[in-house]
Ligand binder design. Structure first.
Ligand code: AHR
Length: 319
């Protein structure tokens, strides 16, 4: 990702901000167009709900578009939002590349774009105003560190990768590999995409468990909980014990993986916070008041395993 250069962008933001303030737009209903990736995981459904509920709470008009995991649908949606003259566009980009043209069109229309949850690779700075989302490389590192601290320095690892070309898939892989690179006994012996879905997580795990390397696999690192949940079924169907014969580490922190950890069928989840609605609309309202908005917002995230998951924690979780 191109580095965001606050000093270069600040004057632009101030200009845009001043314009909003001068037009006195704070009295009208704020309209936000939101292009969501899809509904591929429990995490994604929680993120959609958080944004819809927060918009409703604040009286913001939300134009919602579900791209069904296809970038072409996102490009169409953004162009439609520009044509409708929304105040702000929020985008959760399915992949990192291919956004330059449409972001330039939004900039030409003077509509700021706020990225949610996934980053983009763009050719110049200033094509988006703010990125609200996790540090997925750090999530990968946390998963790798948990493995070393809790399993040890010898393991055959199977990796379920997220959507090919998406920010979290690239970064969670990179961070994990970084964390284990000093340990030659920790080897990734299988690695394939399960597209962040439960069904493909199961399918790919089934293939792993039929491969010649099957008996060397004693750890699964899944880039999200849904793929891990699919893999748990595949492991059980293959007559093995998930959480014991194969240690399971994933990312997200959805309720169902918490239940599996409590039941001993999974071992660790690195949280990625989907409750971004309040963060998003704080930024939108700041912009609409004519104030400078932050270039980066990182929601708070923890690591969960059998040591800190209880039934109470599960009951208190909204997703
Ligand atoms: O971009 C965040 C990822 O996308 C989550 O880890 C995954 O569950 C979702 O589909």
């Amino acid at each position: 990702m191109k580095k965001y250069l606050p000093l270069l962008i600040l004057p632009l933001l101030l200009l845009v901000s001043c314009k909003k303030a001068a037009e006195g737009e704070s009295s009208k209903t704020i309209t936000v167009g939101f292009s969501q990736i899809g509904a591929e995981s429990d995490w994604r459904k929680a993120s959609t709900l958080s944004i819809k509920e927060e918009a409703k709470k604040r009286g913001i008009e939300l134009k919602f578009s579900d791209a069904q995991q296809k970038q072409e649908n996102q490009l169409k949606a953004i162009r439609a939002f520009i044509a409708q003259g929304v105040d702000v566009i929020a985008l959760a980009p399915v992949v990192t590349t291919g956004w330059d043209d449409v972001l330039k069109e939004a900039r030409a229309a003077n509509i700021p774009v706020i990225l949610i949850d996934r980053r983009v690779d763009v050719s110049e700075d200033g094509l988006y105003a703010c990125y609200i989302g996790a540090d997925c490389t750090e999530e990968g590192r946390k998963a790798g560190r948990w493995l070393i601290e809790n399993v040890g320095k010898q393991a055959g690892i199977a990796e379920l990768v997220g959507t090919v070309g998406s920010g979290p898939a690239v970064e969670r892989k990179k961070g994990f590999e970084e964390a284990i690179k000093g340990e030659p006994g920790l080897k990734i012996i299988k690695s394939q995409s399960g597209d962040f879905t439960r069904s493909q997580g199961k399918e790919v795990m089934e293939q792993f468990l039929k491969s010649p390397e099957r008996d060397q696999i004693n750890v699964l690192y899944a880039h999200n909980d849904d793929m891990a949940l699919g893999a748990i079924q595949a492991i059980e169907e293959a007559g093995k014990k998930p959480g014991k014969d194969i240690v399971i580490i994933s990312c997200d922190g959805v309720k169902e993986i918490f239940r599996q950890i409590l039941a001993g069928k999974a071992n660790c989840t690195v949280e990625c916070n989907p409750m971004v609605g309040p963060y998003l609309f704080d930024v939108v309202e700041t912009y609409m008041r004519g104030e400078t908005i932050p270039p980066r917002v990182i929601p708070h995230e923890d690591v969960f395993d059998a040591k800190n998951i209880t039934q109470e924690v599960i009951d208190g979780r909204s997703y």
